[in-house]
Design a protein around this ligand. Structure first.
Ligand SMILES: [Mg+2]
Length: 182
C-alpha cells in the first residue's frame, strides 16, 4: 500500500520501544529474549500509522563486539513487529572505531529513510533517550523528543530537543497536540 504521507515518527529502540538494562544509571541493550521486554505503550502508536511512517533507528554495537548475534537482534525485532507494524528498522552494528556514517549521532539512516519514503524530515519526529539520539535528530532537522530516563550521561553532554518527558506516552501526547490530532 502506498501511503500519501510525508512524515515519520522515528524511534530509537532501547529505552523507547523496550526496556534497557540499567547498571549504575547507564543503559545497556538486552542480550537475550528473556531480557527483551517491550513497553506496553507502543500499542498507542497503532493510531498513528495512517498519518506517519513508523521507523526505528538503532545502534547495536554489541554485534560488532560479539556480545550478541545478529540472529538474536532479528528475534527481538520480530517481537516488536508482531505487536506493531513498523515500516522499516534500520540497525547500525558498528562501533565508534568503525567511523561509519550510520551510527547515531550519524544521520545516514535518516537520509536513507527520507529518500525511500519521500519524507519531510522537518515534519518528522525523533524519539530517543540518549544524547546521541538527540544530536542525530537535531542534525537531521527532525522534531526531537527526549525521553529523559535520568541516565548519568545525560547531564554531561549538550543536546537540543523540542520536548522532554519520561515515557513514550508523553511523547505521543506531545505529537498529538503539536500536529492537532484528535
Ligand atoms: Mg536508547
Amino acid at each position: 500500500m502506498v501511503k500519501k504521507i510525508n512524515k515519520a515518527i522515528f524511534l530509537d529502540r532501547d529505552g523507547v520501544i523496550n526496556k534497557p538494562i540499567i547498571r549504575n544509571y547507564k543503559p545497556y541493550s538486552p542480550r537475550s529474549l528473556s531480557q527483551f521486554k517491550i513497553y506496553k505503550d507502543i500499542k498507542l502508536l497503532k493510531n498513528f500509522k495512517k498519518n506517519y511512517f513508523l521507523i526505528i533507528i538503532t545502534n547495536q554495537p554489541d554485534v560488532k563486539t560479539k556480545k550478541i548475534r545478529k540472529e538474536m537482534i532479528k528475534k527481538f525485532h520480530n517481537k516488536i513487529t508482531n505487536l506493531l507494524k513498523i515500516d522499516k528498522i534500520y540497525v547500525c552494528y558498528h562501533t565508534d572505531e568503525d567511523k561509519c556514517l550510520c551510527r547515531k549521532p550519524g544521520i545516514k539512516f535518516f537520509l536513507d529513510a527520507k529518500k525511500k519514503f519521500n519524507l519531510s524530515l522537518k515534519k518528522s519526529y525523533f524519539i530517543g533517550d540518549r544524547w546521541k539520539d538527540m544530536r542525530a535528530g537535531s542534525k537531521a532537522q527532525c522534531i526531537n523528543i527526549f525521553l529523559d530516563k535520568k541516565y548519568k550521561e545525560s547531564s554531561k553532554y549538550d543536546f537540543n530537543f523540542s520536548y522532554r518527558c519520561n515515557n513514550l506516552k508523553g511523547a505521543i501526547n506531545y505529537i498529538k497536540k503539536r500536529d492537532k490530532i484528535i
